[in-house]
Design a protein around this ligand. Structure first.
Ligand SMILES: Cc1ncc(C[n+]2csc(CCOP(=O)(O)OP(=O)(O)O)c2C)c(N)n1
Length: 564
């Protein structure tokens, strides 16, 4: 006989799980008891929100499904922001939650919460298991759903009596990932692909707009091949950074609210927009009425629900980006650069409107990021928090490959970056992992310094410390007449806090210290925290004000990045 908890551990191992991030409590004690002598690695975080973000970071860095575990009630509820974060960015996570015994469901029992009900809108799918015989089947289906098609989080709620229920192995329902009604379309329709090709041949000013779908489908080689085949410039979303190397001649960097000037001009001028694994998010399109106003649109996406949601494409193609792009390349007859004047025009924009960085002897965050990029030779894994720090990192770090950039794009969850970076360290043990944080975001999950210390996670923590909730302050400066309502934060001795956990750190407040400090942190074997006291009222430019067209950027190519 085997208990439900033992079957759960067996099933996780069968799915190839090596590490899970979690936090115990009464209703999951049977699972923790099984973990006690299991060779599955469990990482004890300090808050359940960190467990799900760590599982998410693990998934984004590795391409595998990340797993987290919590108890019922408050533990499960603490997962919600993290599940919603993974959902918005289509990240494969399996969240396991304990639940009160089945006989008490619906009674408002101690630590009961209807977590399947609560997470229904923010999971790809969820399960409440009522019989231990089903555990294997449910776990295998959950992994299949999380990691295929448009990826996403799946929650499995496990009542305590199900975890303790003894089952005869012969009664265990066999795992069966063939789910009726769940069949993602992977191959693009050949007639649509042919139509897309005709449209590409007719275009004079084509542009690729690549999103996170390219990264999650592992399509970046195909994207490069496709762009090079026809010589089409590529702009990426925040989630698509790394899909094409930063120094590729056709790469225009990020578009949208804090995108490069040249990418936003290119979108506004193009006559054909080829969206690949991107969802026309409002942070990208600005006022959608003026987004790509002259362009026909080809939209490739694995999720049919994305097609026509925000824009109506001329050619929709439902399918996996990797397969669709390679099919496009295969079916192409006419190849080569047939839009030379356009490519030249884009190049001129790029040369004339570079991203600005001030050179006045003060400590600017962009400089810190560029130095980091230089020191790591644009390598490593960069995880950001949310706010200005995120946008500076996105703009100024030179990403070369997919899964090198991890950031909460869709939900913009402060407190995501630090635990997600811990997850990335477990996913990629040999890599240098750096979290870039604002002082506000870092304090949202600062307790995870305990996890970093306990497991000697060799994470490098870079805090761009402006003693403000910087991005909100920037909006108050620009759109609320500098009325800084509740966005100032008092100085914090982050180095002292790190020290209290036994972690090394250094405060940096001058330009000349930046490079040696970064080198010291990177060369150090264990975790290291750097607190950069940056120019307090630095802004992120260019910026498209909310509701404006993306061609209407403020703070354009001014030498001093501090002035709009
Ligand atoms: C959980 C959560 N609460 C509130 C916000 C709204 N918000 C977006 S950016 C930001 C300020 C971030 O400040 P900080 O982490 O110090 O970074 P900075 O912008 O200064 O780099 C806030 C409050 C959010 N994104 N997430």
């Amino acid at each position: 006989m085997k208990t439900g908890a033992a079957l759960l551990i067996d099933s996780l191992k069968e799915e190839g799980v090596k590490v899970i991030f979690g936090y115990p409590g009464g209703s999951v004690l049977p699972v923790y008891d099984e973990l006690y002598d299991s060779d599955l690695r469990h990482i004890l975080v300090r808050h359940e929100q960190a467990a799900v973000h760590a599982a998410d970071g693990y998934a984004r860095a590795s391409g595998k499904v990340g797993v987290c575990l919590s108890t019922s009630g408050p533990g499960a509820c603490n997962l919600v922001s993290g599940i919603a974060t993974a959902n918005m960015d289509s990240v494969p996570v399996v969240a396991l939650t304990g639940q009160v015994p089945t006989g008490m469901l619906g009674n408002d029992a101690f630590q009961e919460s209807d977590i399947t009900g609560i997470t229904m809108p923010v999971t790809k799918h969820n399960y409440l298991v009522k019989d231990a015989k089903e555990i294997k089947r449910v776990v295998s289906s959950a992994f299949h759903i999380a990691g295929t098609g448009r990826k996403g989080p799946v929650l499995i709620d496990l009542p305590k009596d199900v975890l303790t229920q003894a089952v005869d192995p012969k009664d265990v329902l066999s795992k069966d990932a063939e789910l009726r009604g769940y069949k993602p379309t992977l191959k693009g329709h050949s007639r649509q692909i042919k139509k897309a090709l005709d449209m590409i041949y007719e275009a004079k000013k084509p542009l690729v707009y690549a999103g996170g779908g390219v990264i999650s489908s592992g399509a970046s080689e195909e994207l490069k091949e496709f762009a090079e085949l026809f010589c089409i410039p590529v702009t990426t979303t925040l989630m698509g950074l790394g899909a094409i190397p930063c120094d590729h001649p056709l790469n225009l960097g990020m578009l949208g609210m804090h995108g490069t000037e040249y990418a936003n001009y290119a979108v506004t001028e193009c006559d054909l927009l080829i969206a690949v694994g991107a969802r026309f998010d409002d942070r990208v399109t600005g006022n959608i009425k003026y987004f790509a106003p002259n362009a026909k649109i080809i939209h490739m996406d694995i999720d049919p629900a994305e097609i026509g949601k925000n824009v109506c494409p001329d050619v929709p193609i439902v399918g996996d980006a990797k397969l669709v792009l390679s099919e496009l390349c295969k079916m192409a007859e006419k190849k080569g650069c047939f839009c030379e004047p356009w490519v030249k025009q884009v190049k001129t924009w790029r040369e004339n409107h570079p991203l600005a960085i001030a050179d006045d002897g003060k400590l600017h965050p962009q400089y810190v990021i560029r130095k980091l990029s230089e020191i790591l030779d644009s390598g490593g894994i960069i995880v950001s928090e949310v706010g200005q720090n995120q946008m500076w990192a996105a703009q100024h770090y030179g990403f070369r490959r997919p899964r090198q950039w991890i950031s909460s794009g869709g939900l913009g969850t402060m407190g995501f970056g630090f635990p997600a970076a811990i997850g990335a360290c477990f996913a990629k043990p040999g890599e240098t992992v750096v979290v870039i944080a604002g002082d506000g975001s870092f304090q949202m999950n600062i307790q995870e310094l305990g996890t970093v210390a306990q497991y000697e996670v060799p994470l490098k923590m870079v805090i761009l410390d402006n003693m403000y909730l910087g991005m909100v302050r920037q909006w108050q400066e620009l759109f609320y007449d500098r009325r800084y309502s509740y966005t100032e934060l008092p100085p914090v001795d982050f180095v002292g806090i790190a020290k209290a956990y036994g972690i090394k750190g250094m405060l940096v407040d001058s330009v000349k210290e930046v490079e040696p400090a970064l080198r010291k942190a990177v060369d150090y074997e264990g975790p290291y925290l750097l607190d950069f006291r940056i120019e307090r009222e630095e802004n992120v430019f260019p910026m498209v004000p909310a509701g404006a067209a993306i061609s209407e950027m403020i703070g354009k190519h001014c030498k001093n990045a501090g002035e709009p």
